[in-house]
Design a protein around this ligand. Structure first.
Ligand SMILES: C[S@@+](CC[C@H](N)C(=O)[O-])C[C@H]1O[C@@H](n2cnc3c(N)ncnc32)[C@H](O)[C@@H]1O
Length: 280
């Protein structure tokens, strides 16, 4: 695994703190931190000019890879510029990272950290040991990790290879690889899944404006088909447009009902909807 430093750890190094993490807060170790004129060193790991470190520390939440060329070190921003701009971001020191795509966070970060957000979604779904669960939109794999920790057998699909690339190096994502992770578009992939394959489905899509097809009646009919009778769907919706009086969950619940789901209810704590495929 590469050595990763967030702006928060760099700030700590500049303050001369000795407890530093090179994996974004998953583990911490004690180091000798020394200043020699305008150079700062973490003994046994790297030395770098103080102005470079100060510049990196000013970008709050940014994540860097520590790269060595010969006996020189530099910091490479952990980001991918493609059709979209992707970066790992650490909202708080020592807490799990989130993924930002074109400036939009893929987890809730206000009031909860991304792991807590994922754990609450999994708890809302109510998973039992041995359940077969499909996590439709894998992202950094946090919901998958909590599904696995609940003892589920997990299939995870993620459409975007750039997201999987970042998940590969994100220390907080490493447990996800115990699941069956596929680089696939859930909207098309579902058509190949046999009827009644899953006990539960966790559907955590990007917001409606970015992926309308994942909120469509056509897709909901497929989710219904691949669930076993008695199976449960958790569907994160968020509340975009709430301030303008918009209620996205109403339309979602109407279409889920049309698809055959029953016992629909709003899951307020996580801004999601729960729906059940009735037995018989
Ligand atoms: C809100 S994030 C999911 C976060 C994830 N549950 C976690 O805990 O890390 C939504 C993800 O869905 C992915 N995505 C978008 N459209 C998709 C599709 N059609 N099929 C599968 N994944 C999709 C995005 O690339 C993004 O990574």
């Amino acid at each position: 695994m590469p050595l990763l430093l967030s702006s928060w750890e760099i700030e700590a190094i500049l303050k001369g703190e000795r407890i530093i993490s090179f994996d974004l807060g998953v583990t911490y170790d004690e180091y000798e931190v020394i200043r020699k004129g305008s150079v700062a060193c973490v003994e046994g790991v790297f030395c770098m000019p103080v102005p470079v470190l100060k510049r990196a520390a000013r970008r709050r939440g940014r994540v860097y890879e520590l790269v060595q060329e010969g006996n020189r070190f530099f910091l490479r921003h952990v980001a991918i510029r493609d059709r979209h701009f992707y970066q790992l971001v650490q909202p708080e020191r020592g807490k799990p990272t989130t993924l930002e795509i074109d400036g939009i966070h893929m987890h809730r970060v206000k009031g909860v950290d991304p792991y807590t957000d994922a754990r609450m979604k999994v708890e809302a779904l109510g998973v039992k040991r041995g359940d077969a669960v499909w996590d439709t939109c894998g992202g950094l794999g946090y919901t998958t990790i909590f599904l696995l920790r609940s003892g589920a057998q997990v299939l995870t699909t993620e459409k975007d290879p750039n997201v999987l690339r970042l998940a590969r190096i994100n220390p907080w994502s490493q447990e996800m690889w115990r699941a069956d992770v596929r680089n696939a578009d859930a909207f098309h992939f579902v058509k190949k899944i046999p009827d009644k394959s899953f006990d539960k489905i966790l559907h955590d899509p990007p917001r409606f404006a970015l992926a309308g097809e994942l909120y469509s009646l056509e897709f909901y009919r497929e989710l219904y088909r691949v669930l076993r009778p008695g199976g449960v769907l958790y569907h994160y919706t968020g509340s975009p447009g709430r301030k303008r009086g918009k209620d996205i969950q109403r339309g979602v619940m109407r279409r889920l009902f049309q698809a055959g789901f029953r016992y629909l209810r709003r899951e307020k704590k996580t801004e999601g909807v729960i729906a059940v495929k009735p037995r018989g």
